[in-house]
Design a binder for this molecule. Structure first.
Ligand SMILES: [Zn+2]
Length: 353
């Protein structure tokens, strides 16, 4: 592992068959199997994939979707009606929670048939409660699945899923992956996503090992988004915009916190996103799919605007200042996560001096 450049971050690009993604970027999770998706897929409203540079789906949601067969025959871009990049995750994390395992070759065949731009290898995530033998077994199987899928990926870009519970484990795992992946997706982060020291340890290790694009799976809070962008992580996925909307929660565009119990409110913090120019509180609280879709789009606008401001601050070389200002009048965890990332970078720099 080597020290990161100074500053550790820089904007960049990830190229795909459907265009280039400016990074760091957040990809909304498109969870097609439930809720509001048909409204968007049938084109009644601007959809998440119209707003974001790229979107990500999990096979776990896609396979339960009534139009799963169409995804296979017509392709995911035709079903969603988008010409932007689409990532297809294997759903390993959700399948683990259900105690189900898929055959990695079936996953690859589906990803290839769907015409997605980037597939992610099927994995066996690790959790905190595993004993050593089970953890080693799951890591071994994830590596085996990744290398097998890489052998047959054809012209589809494939990200290798990486797991580990310490920087050493991340390094050992990565060394056992064959060469040829287009990038890496770092998983098993969710169970400890609010343990910022652990999170930055793992992501710093991954970033130090490769210059290929790296994706942090399931990291959705603003504190971690800032801290990991600072560490040079390229892409993130989030469905917070959607989950918050399902609970009728509005993300405050300035303080970046969720405003709850919308029904008891007379007004919302000001927002200049396109959704809020046309719709407002009474539309968001309507007990309909439309209300949920609109609120989700507002929430997504807040995330995407923030990522765009992060890129802007990076280009001016002032991301640190930007994060500190955000931390001053918003979520206190923004500072905690950022300080953890800064400490890590400094520690490594001193070590290699
Ligand atoms: Zn808005």
């Amino acid at each position: 592992m080597k020290a990161l450049p100074d500053p550790p971050y820089a904007t960049g690009t990830t190229r795909t068959k459907h265009g280039t993604i400016r990074t760091p970027a957040l990809m909304p999770v498109v969870a097609v199997s439930y809720g509001v998706w048909d409204l968007w897929i049938d084109g009644e409203y601007t959809a998440p994939w119209d707003l974001a540079q790229a979107t990500i789906l999990s096979l776990y949601h896609v396979l339960q979707y009534p139009r799963a067969k169409q995804v296979r025959t017509r392709g995911i871009h035709a079903v969603l009606g988008t010409s932007r990049p689409v990532f297809m995750d294997s759903g390993g994390f959700q399948y683990m929670k259900k105690g189900v395992e898929l055959d990695p070759m079936d996953v690859l065949a589906f990803q290839r048939d769907s015409g997605c731009d980037v597939g992610i290898t099927f994995d066996f995530p690790i959790t905190l409660d595993l004993d050593d033998a089970s953890r080693t077994d799951r890591l071994d199987r994830s590596i085996k699945a990744a290398n097998l899928m890489l052998e047959h990926t054809g012209d589809m870009a494939l990200y290798g899923a990486i797991h580990g519970s310490s920087p050493d484990e991340i390094e050992a795992y990565t060394m056992r992956l064959d060469k040829g992946f287009s990038g890496y997706g770092i998983g098993s982060l969710v169970p400890r996503k609010a343990h910022y020291d652990h999170l930055v340890d793992i992501m710093h290790a991954a970033r130090s090992l490769t210059s290929l694009p790296i994706h942090a799976f399931g990291i959705t809070g603003f504190p971690a988004l800032y801290a990991l962008s600072y560490l040079g992580v390229d892409t993130f996925d989030s469905w917070t915009y959607l989950v918050a909307a399902a609970y009728k929660e509005y993300i405050d565009p300035e303080r970046l916190m969720r405003v709850k119990r919308l029904k008891e409110r007379s007004h919302l913090p000001h927002c200049d996103c396109p959704v809020c120019q046309e719709y407002g509180l009474k539309d968001f609280i309507a007990p309909t799919s439309e209300g949920e879709a609109l609120l989700a789009l507002h929430n997504l606008h807040v995330f995407l605007r923030e990522m765009s401001l992060i890129r802007e601050a990076m280009d001016k070389n002032e991301l640190e200042d930007y994060i500190l200002v955000k931390g001053e009048h918003g979520n206190r965890n923004i500072n905690r996560a950022f300080r953890a990332a800064e400490r890590k970078v400094k520690e490594k720099k001193d070590q290699y001096r």
